[in-house]
Design a protein. Structure first.
Length: 162
């Protein structure tokens, strides 16, 4: 299953989201993670907050390919995209295991093929380095076999990199 998380305006999003099996709009119309860890323990992979992200753990957990389209925010994800990622913590379990001689959470849904992050907007070389490092570590922690980070200066370039 191909999943996209994007913080694009709805006009731009409509043009790209149709290429995916499921689209998660990082539009800020949902509550931020409360840090209760209920999606880990009480009701696995389901958030108790009944909004558009209540099932995001399962959606992201079952994705073979996850594409994240985000505006650069000082070398990191936009606040809305980060909120979606925080709410998806239940795609792993609270238990730990070693993968590649590093400790990570046990994956609830198993390994995934590709995590691609497409960053748009102004970005310095130092911010690019920070973004690459963060995105790679996120991919390792979430069990992705491959990770890509692409930088585009304008949304009009998005069609070429999807």
């Amino acid at each position: 299953m191909r999943v996209i998380i994007d913080d694009l305006d709805r006009n731009a999003a409509a043009a790209v989201e149709s290429r995916f099996d499921y689209a998660v709009a990082a539009d800020g119309r949902y509550a931020p993670c409360q840090g209760c860890f209920g999606c880990w323990t009480k009701h696995p992979a389901e958030c108790f907050m009944k909004d558009s992200l209540s099932q995001v753990c399962r959606i992201i957990g079952q994705a073979d390919e996850l594409v994240i389209v985000t505006k650069n925010l000082y070398g990191s994800y936009s606040a809305d995209v980060k909120n979606v990622m925080d709410r998806a913590i239940g795609s792993s379990t609270p238990f730990s295991t070693y993968r590649d001689r590093q400790m990570h959470h046990t994956l609830r849904y198993g390994r995934h093929a590709l995590r691609k992050v497409i960053v748009y907007g102004d970005i310095t070389d130092a911010e690019k380095d920070t973004f690459r490092f963060t995105a790679e570590r996120n991919a390792v922690n979430d069990g992705y076999d491959r990770s890509e980070v692409l930088f585009i200066s304008d949304i009009s370039e998005l069609e070429d990199v999807l």
